[in-house]
Ligand binder design. Structure first.
Ligand SMILES: [Zn+2]
Length: 424
């Protein structure tokens, strides 16, 4: 396995910061081992305290200067927030350096089996308070591997308010060896509460350049350079999306269908048809992505509950089971809704790219197109609509994204957008 930061594309500055922090964290552990008397229980709990009274005096506190117990990784979708957090978790568990990639600490963290690293990946629209309380409780235990307990929360912007408060309490009074790594689009108060933000160090990630994305597709995924360059541009800096476009024919087909929308808008009826097609495509994509997990979870739960059992105990078990099944179904619906929104959002980003191309052409801006394969079509649109009409269309797509994010019913938002795209 290569260095744990190898998959973090085009984020040199962030990698630098994280490596220094991991080195500082190791120094904290060494200092605590050498001088266990620096705090009463000998676990190094003072080492990461940021708000100590007066200047740090112990060796452990000096050593800990580059490290802190709570971090937020921010950046646009696809920039690698959770990749960065996982790599940093591995670097903290690394036995030999700052993320060698070869030792058991690195390896188990990267493959998701390290006993002291918890990855929270919310599948629904929000992370609830019960989940968070359980997590905080487990995170407070002593690390079994003797280094750090690391909790990675991959969409911290989806915390419910109550869950956020439970997390805040843990961050305010951190267990001695626990590190929280939060990922969110930004540190805007809508994404992360101001009080949590004030307790964390922020690692901002930028949108990686198409060249950097193409390079990693070639090196890591064995994609040919031509396809890699096309996919990197079409994905607009989203590394995971670029990989899917390069490798998954279904993803390419869906993108083509979306990019065919502008030339299909010939009237009101066509606009409504296009809206239906877009919504249904997102639903189908989402369903395909969650169907397997849904069935597996249901089967596992039914087995655990002993479905099909008979006899005196079975009736009571089934009554209890009904509640658990209901819970599961609720979680699965929430996950399906999230998957649908994500699929629809990907389509809207592709569509926005098309109108952005048309706009740069209308303005004769010397910028490479996002979608090289529909550049001619975008050029024709630019001539027909002129710059102002093109800009209005681009804005209609962006407004649709904003509306859906603000919980407007997707069909209503998409229909409004299609009409605006047709009328201009
Ligand atoms: Zn290692």
């Amino acid at each position: 396995m290569p260095d744990v930061f190898a998959d973090l594309v085009g984020q040199d500055e962030a990698v630098d910061t994280l490596r220094r922090a991991a080195a500082a964290a190791s120094a904290v552990l060494r200092a605590a081992a050498v001088a266990p008397t620096t705090d009463s229980d000998g676990d190094g709990s003072d080492a990461l305290a940021e708000e100590s009274d007066g200047p740090p005096t112990s060796a452990a506190a000096d050593a800990g200067a580059g490290m802190t117990h709570a971090w937020i990784f921010t950046g646009p979708p696809g920039s690698g927030r959770s990749v960065a957090a996982r790599a940093f978790a591995a670097a903290l568990q690394c036995a030999y350096g700052t993320g060698c990639g070869a030792c058991p600490g690195c390896h188990t963290t990267m493959t998701g089996t390290h006993a002291d690293v918890r990855m929270v990946v919310p599948e629904g629209l929000s992370i609830g308070v019960n989940e968070m309380r359980a997590l905080v409780l487990r995170a407070a235990s002593t690390p079994s591997g003797g280094r750090w307990q690391v909790v990675v929360i991959s969409d911290a912007d989806r915390l419910t308010e109550a869950a956020g408060n439970a997390l805040l309490k843990a961050i305010e009074e951190p267990p001695p060896r626990t590190v929280f790594l939060l990922c969110a689009p930004s540190t805007h108060p809508e994404d992360i509460s101001v009080t949590i933000r004030s307790r964390c160090r922020v690692v901002p990630l930028g949108q990686p350049s198409p060249d950097a994305v193409a390079e990693v597709l070639v090196r890591r995924d064995g994609v040919t350079p031509d396809v890699a360059r096309w996919a990197a541009a079409a994905a607009q800096g989203h590394v995971g999306r670029a990989r899917r476009l390069a490798r998954d024919p279904e993803a390419r087909k869906r993108r083509e269908a979306v990019l065919a929308v502008p030339r299909r808008l010939t009237g009101v009826g066509a606009a409504f048809d296009a809206a239906s097609a877009l919504i249904e495509a997102a639903e189908a994509e989402a369903e395909a992505s969650v169907a397997e997990a849904d069935a597996a979870e249901r089967a596992a739960l039914e087995t655990a509950l002993g479905a099909g059992g008979t006899g005196r105990g079975a009736a009571g078990a089934i009554r209890g089971a009904a509640g658990q099944l209901k819970d599961l179904e609720k979680r699965q619906r929430s996950r399906a809704t999230r998957a649908q929104r994500d699929a629809l959002d990907r389509a809207l980003v592709d569509l926005a790219g098309f109108y952005r191309d048309a706009l740069t052409m209308a303005l004769r801006a010397p910028v490479a197109p996002v979608h090289t394969d529909t550049a001619a079509l975008a050029g024709a649109g630019a001539q027909k609509w002129d710059a102002e009409g093109t800009l209005r269309r681009l804005e209609a797509v962006l407004e649709c994204r904003t509306a859906i994010e603000a919980n407007v019913k997707p069909r209503i938002a998409v229909e409004a957008m299609m009409l605006a795209l047709w009328k201009g």
